[in-house]
Design a protein around this ligand. Structure first.
Ligand SMILES: [Zn+2]
Length: 142
């Protein structure tokens, strides 16, 4: 992943995150409106079966099963206490270049972590299938 490609830093900005919440099931008279979700760092990442999946653009934590009373900021902090974006005291527009670089470094740790975990899971699943095959073959030869 190229760190400074526009596509990659786009989601640092509230307006761009807000745009992703088209079709979000919670709209008015509740805590988890698109505005509050976007403010808390979330982007809308629905799948076919789950229209209410949202992911933090920074720590990549995915949350679903939202209730109207859920406070996006609180949910974010409780499910991902080490997310630097949710701990940020300033607006993104107000941070220095140095702070931005530091943030990007931390964000990349989350990205690498997630892709490694996904690779490990994939490998373990493939190993399980292979192991079952080997056992089957061994049993058949006895
Ligand atoms: Zn986060």
């Amino acid at each position: 992943m190229e760190p400074f490609v526009e596509e990659n830093i786009k989601m640092y900005f509230y307006e761009n995150r807000l745009k992703t919440f088209e079709g979000w099931p919670f709209d008015e008279d509740c805590m988890c409106t698109p505005e509050n979700m976007a403010k808390a760092g979330f982007i809308h990442t629905p799948s076919e079966n789950s229209p209410d999946i949202a992911m933090c653009f920074f720590c990549l934590k995915e949350l679903e099963g939202w209730e109207p009373d859920d406070d996006p900021e609180k949910e974010h902090k409780s499910h991902s206490p080490s997310c630097h974006f949710s701990l940020l005291k300033k607006k993104v527009e107000e941070i220095t270049v140095e702070e931005f670089f530091k943030l990007q470094k931390e964000r990349h740790k989350f990205i690498i972590n997630k892709s490694c975990n996904e690779a490990v899971t994939k490998f373990e699943e493939a190993a399980k299938v292979r192991r079952a095959d080997i056992i089957k073959t061994a049993m058949g030869e006895e």
